[in-house]
Design a protein around this ligand. Sequence first.
Ligand SMILES: [Zn+2]
Ligand SMILES: [Zn+2]
Length: 442
Amino acid sequence: MTYDELVAVRRDLHRHAEPAFLEIRTSTIVVTWLRALGIEPRTGRDAMRTGAVSDYPSVDQRDRFAARAVAAGADAALAEFAAAHGTAVVCEIEGDLPGPTWALRFDMDALPLTESDEPAHVPAAAGFRCADGFMHACGHDGHTAIGLALAERLVADRGFAGRVRLLFQPAEEGGRGAASMLAAGAVDGVDRFVALHLGLDLPTGVVAGGVEGMLATTKLRATFTGAAAHAALSPQEGRNALLGAASAALAVMALPRYSTADTRINVGTLRAGDNVNIVPSWAEMTLEARSTDSAVCEDLTERIETRLHGAAAMHDLRLELHRTGGSTTMRCDRPLVDAVGRVAAELLGDSAAPALWRMNGSDDASLFARAVQQNGGMATYAVVGADHRAPHHHPSFDIDESAMAVALEVLDELIRIPHPGDSHRLGSPPRGSRADLSTEPG
Ligand SMILES: [Zn+2]
Ligand SMILES: [Zn+2]
């Protein structure tokens, strides 16, 4: 894959952005690409367990996205399969020498967000803006493209020790996809886990080998059900779900800060009621808690749940409460952090990157990392700098595409360099043959 092809793959994914668990076209592209490389990937139940997902998209939603995918050129049989059995894709590429099992995570999902159509927004100007209300506003289009390019390289040159498992993950946003893949054994037997993110306010040409401060999080959906009534003739007969939800929102936001850890709370959506002259019989709210400490996040979540139940009781409402997603804090293992740093320094010269980049967000890659570490393996979360003129999750977000080439080189090299403790140490192969991606865009 040349640099231009890498960019083209990313732009194609960008244009056809798909939200959590509906990455159907993306999944078919990944499967088709891997098969063309001679790899038979694990898909469906072998890659993720949809039963482990709360609030999984309905059959209707999945069918609609499958049709959208096929209309945009996806293989119909593969799209139907992904719609029925899940979008995750896992493959494993064997190196020529015995060695550790690596797992690399590439998230595939976009956000339900209307993308900017201003001329200054490159995807709009260059014709790869997503037109129908979804948007790759976090760079996961780039991640997926990097994963595909890396698969090609590893297959073309198996001069590395061990094996590399590539995890193409659905639904990172909302912290929902990793758990479903863990349930299918995604990191069983893994010695080294690496997740990578582009951007995160780190400039192009700078790479951090790990992160600190990643927040544990819980995502919740609360549905309040009351009783409708005529707002003038019989308001006393109504049970007002809107008021219950509004009380809950205020009570949740009024929870105290913790002296022991950083916390965040957000009530993200609140919808209620049917008409101006009807006592609102229903309300639905989504909200989240986060903390730099997993135990505090859990405590905060329980307090939120108490407030939700209390507000429901106060207005005589029925409450249905679901934890729809979540992830934990992340501890990056120093040997892996340093290895990424060494590779990056060789590639980019001595950059000003701190070893650990402060990440004030969450990523459910932390669940993969935690599972690997609990089995005695190591994990890190590398950040590859990519200039972006608007923040992540903003309608004008766009990544500097040249960072994808950097990320690809870093991962490829990371797999191939000798690591402390390896029984089989390989020298770095000559890199001259890989020059095709070092060219900057014209
Ligand atoms: Zn994001
Ligand atoms: Zn992201």
